[in-house]
Design a protein around this ligand. Sequence first.
Ligand code: COA
Length: 380
Amino acid sequence: MGSDAARAWANDPRVLHDGLEGVLVAETALSEVDGERGRLVIAGYEVEQLAETHGFEQLLALLWRGHPALELAEDEPRLALARGRVRAFERIARLGDALSLVDGMDALRAAIGQLPDSVSPLELVASLPVFACAWQRVQEGVAPIAPDPSLRQAEDVLHMLGHARDLARTRALDTYLVTVSDHGLNASTFAARVVASTGSDAVSALVAALGALKGPLHGGAPGPVLDMLDAIGTASSAAAYLRRALADKQRIMGMGHRIYRVRDPRAFTLERAVERLALELGVRGQARDDAVRARLTLARAVEREAEALLAAKQPERSLRANVEFYTAVLLEAVGVPRRLFSPMFAVGRSVGWLAHVAEQRARGRLIRPASRYIGPLPAQ
Ligand code: COA
């Protein structure tokens, strides 16, 4: 390219879409995020309704319907997932050091990365919780627990973590997995679609998605939300803690969103699920009910305070609670260890990732945006 042409190219008047905000790059029949109205529609259902009416297996069938590449006709998703978990557990011995890695997302990425390209999408969805729970057990210095194929995915997660059977907690975890199953073209889904658009395999797309989800601005926030709630301790300390954090230019984890200008609808769904869980545990008279209720009360107080402080600091930008805020409260309440929060997000989101991979493949067009060169030009 000659220097005149290079300059003309560098000064291209096209608008730079930094962070791709608001740029449409794909059509999808999977989900729609309406940031102004705070509405999330997944496969034709409002997320609040979906979380009431669909368990994880039904959600998978709903989202994957119409994609022959997703091989649903073969079987009931419940049985196929159960079989996939058993197969995944058999692979654990061959995972080498993956489960010894200190970070759960690194471990999941390494473990999934070792699966053959030929593994089915259902087996991928089944493998994530098996590897995640096995990693947790290895980190605790105890043997992984084999999946129980008679259980549904959410129930088996709690079983593989060593918890006794508990319908209320299973229902809450199921609600979580359904609630986070898909969310438009979020960063990890976009990463998966970019990989799929090159003609690469689903395992590679999943590895890319896991890498994107790990980041604290995406799926890495709920652990830090809980750290924050711990550090605040009581509602009366919230304002001082949050003021200090903002003065130190820290971001308040679990607050703000690229698209939502109102409260994230998933925050409502998850908050309600925790409320219901606290009630159900209360009826049973379990001591842990107090802990769940106390955590919920603290979280609500911190959210109120954070919202008010962020509104005062940035009145032009509505920064409200996002999905991660009540994810932290819910996952803690059902007994998922803190460092397993992001891997658990991946368990739910994997259904959406793989549906997007199928959609992108069906479209068959390479995703390849442009950048504006701002480096030096070659000498004349
Ligand atoms: N705490 C403090 N300030 C925040 C904030 C938060 N949680 N979220 C956004 N802001 C500030 C930004 O610093 C920015 O200020 P600046 O213009 O002075 O730099 C301003 O608000 C605008 O940010 P915005 O354009 O809305 O952010 P974004 O779209 O680039 O990022 C998030 C969206 C989610 C990455 C961001 O809100 C964030 O970091 N939240 C905390 C992490 C989190 O909860 N992630 C999970 C997302 S589901």
